[in-house]
Design a protein around this ligand. Structure first.
Ligand code: CA
Length: 556
């Protein structure tokens, strides 16, 4: 048998060699492949991007008015650096800062105006605010404290003083098509029926500018313009190191005949832009000003990471001013229908709107309930500077952007010099120094709520399940995730609410739970949920004082 088997092997070898032997010349062949066990892969797959913005509270700063670091009367980067510890000292264990995790800086580019929304150079900073090196120092100091920094990006228009526009006035210039020109006045009105065409004295032509004559709209039908603004975005992300952008006036990039806002070209542009900046740095965050109703705003959901909820802001403000909890709840539920990932951005007021304390007519308790609602609700909250101390401000715009009121000293402690505009007359009563040491101040209310939000992820991204109540002026909501369940209760009214009950048809909670009060003062022993997670007429065991707010931890 052995011999036969050997013979077969020899024959097979001969066949194999004769069929495979190479013809002359003989070349070196590779050594026979040796099969080894698959090595364990040493590379780790790229982790999912961290959606860091969903875990923080932002603070909107108008640099010119925040703090003057060099005494020339104009707020600046050094001033912000000096006040960073006020926003967040970088130590998560301290509670005497605001707990801010991100700053939005209103425009920092060179500009002839006080507000900066008419840019003259997209690749530099406003020298009144400091140098580019100082701005980078601000980024570094902020990042040390784990504060992210986003900047205003003004895409829609420039200043008439921008060199692009200056060149554009010459019809022969390669920049002529960077703006929208017409020999005759087309007399077509702008998106809100305003005059949108302005005569240019240099060439006698008319240019399109929907906001005012000093801010001509860029022509996004020109691919050079689009490419340039991609470049600008890349510059700030890559060369300077900002963490993202707040996008100004996002609705108006492309006009389409008589349709001048929310055109499909504009919406598409943002989707392309998002792919672009995510390629530059996938951790970039953008939040858009699409100032219209939620249904239209939602069309930009693929073009930016987050969008400001203007409808929700109005509902929260108006319904804490004149108590209407069901309107707030409905507004949140509608926002969550459009944005179930809770990635929308919330606020009370911003630099274009009446300050919320003026709406509340100085009523600190109402300001506290407004803050309570949105700092415990879904979305990414933005605080407009000074709102946390209850600064006042009515139109015109300059008065919405007055000096930050640090103390009752001269110029509200903003500058030792002559400020660019005077402090609001309220500064001796309404200021940071006065509220720091006062336990029940609005400032300490904000500090407690932001720090609680930082400590409890359920307040940031948990489900939002409203209760119904026998008291129609209280706001009762369950925030719940796999780890934690918190009950929010706020009395939005000026009267005591007695014997209120709350009910919910279903929830993930079943059985009896102890309650721990983590915000507010009162005794709540326990709460019981039925087998299907329902509660029927649970009696709140305390009377709710006017504007009183509670956060109750359900002990599981
Ligand atoms: Ca200064």
């Amino acid at each position: 048998m052995k011999t036969i088997r050997g013979l077969i092997i020899v024959i097979l070898l001969v066949i194999f060699l004769s069929s495979c032997a190479p013809a002359a010349p003989v070349v070196e062949t590779e050594p026979p492949a040796i099969t080894l066990p698959e090595p364990t892969p040493t590379f780790t797959p790229e982790p999912e991007p961290v959606l860091w913005w969903k875990d923080i509270v932002f603070y909107e700063i108008f640099v010119r008015s925040f703090f003057d670091g060099d005494g020339d009367g104009i707020g600046d980067f050094q001033g912000i650096i000096q006040k960073l510890d006020y926003l967040n000292d970088g130590d998560p264990n301290t509670q005497d800062d605001l707990g801010i995790g991100g700053i939005w800086l209103m425009p920092i580019n060179p500009s002839p105006s006080y507000h900066g929304y008419d840019v003259t150079d997209y690749y530099d900073v406003n020298p009144e605010y400091g140098t580019m090196d100082e701005f980078k120092q601000l980024l570094e100091e902020a990042h040390k404290r784990d504060i992210k920094v986003i900047i205003d990006l003004v895409l829609n228009h420039t200043s008439t003083a921008h060199p692009w526009f200056q060149a554009s006035q010459d019809p022969e210039s390669e920049y002529h098509d960077w703006y929208v020109w017409s020999e005759e006045n087309p007399q077509t009105p702008g998106p809100w029926s305003q005059n949108a065409w302005h005569r240019n004295a240099a060439n006698g032509m008319y240019y399109y500018g929907i906001f005012w004559g000093g801010m001509p709209d860029l022509n996004y039908d020109n691919p050079d313009v689009s490419a340039e603004m991609m470049n600008v975005s890349k510059f700030w992300l890559e060369e300077v190191g900002v963490d993202g952008f707040r996008v100004d006036a996002a609705r108006y990039l492309f006009a389409d005949g008589f349709v001048q806002q929310d055109t499909k070209e504009t919406i598409q542009w943002f989707e392309d832009w998002r792919s672009f900046y995510k390629d530059v740095n996938r951790d970039t965050f953008t939040v858009g000003e699409v100032w219209t109703n939620l249904q239209v705003t939602a069309k930009y959901g693929q073009g930016m990471d987050s969008l400001f909820m203007f409808d929700l802001a109005e509902d929260i403000k108006n319904s804490t001013y004149y108590p209407d909890p069901s309107r707030i709840i409905q507004s949140y539920l509608t926002a969550l229908e459009y944005f179930p990932e809770e990635d929308f951005s919330t606020f009370l007021s911003n630099h274009d709107q009446q300050r919320v304390m003026s709406l509340y007519e100085g009523n600190v308790d109402k300001a506290k309930t407004g803050a309570f609602v949105y700092l415990t609700g879904p979305g990414v909250p933005f605080i407009y500077y000074g709102e946390e101390i209850g600064m006042f401000g009515n139109k015109p715009d300059e008065n919405l952007r007055t000096l930050m009121q640090w103390s009752g000293e001269t110029n509200a402690g903003f500058t030792p010099g002559t400020p660019w505009q005077p402090a609001d007359s309220s500064y001796q009563e309404v200021n940071v120094a006065a509220q720091e040491g006062e336990d029940t101040s609005l400032l300490n209310h904000y500090r407690s709520l932001v720090n609680l939000r930082n400590q409890h992820p359920v307040l940031r991204v948990g489900a939002y399940l409203p209760f119904t109540s026998s008291c129609r002026l209280i706001y009762p909501v369950l925030r719940i995730d796999d780890e934690e369940a918190l009950i929010l209760i706020a009395n939005l009214d000026r009267r005591v609410q007695e014997g209120c009950t709350i009910s919910i048809e279903e929830s993930p909670l079943v059985g009896d739970y102890e309650i721990e009060v983590i915000f507010g003062e009162g005794e709540f022993a326990s709460i019981s949920f039925e087998e299907n997670g329902a509660i029927l007429d649970f009696q709140i065991p305390v009377d709710l004082d006017p504007w009183e707010c509670f956060i109750l931890k359900v002990r599981r």
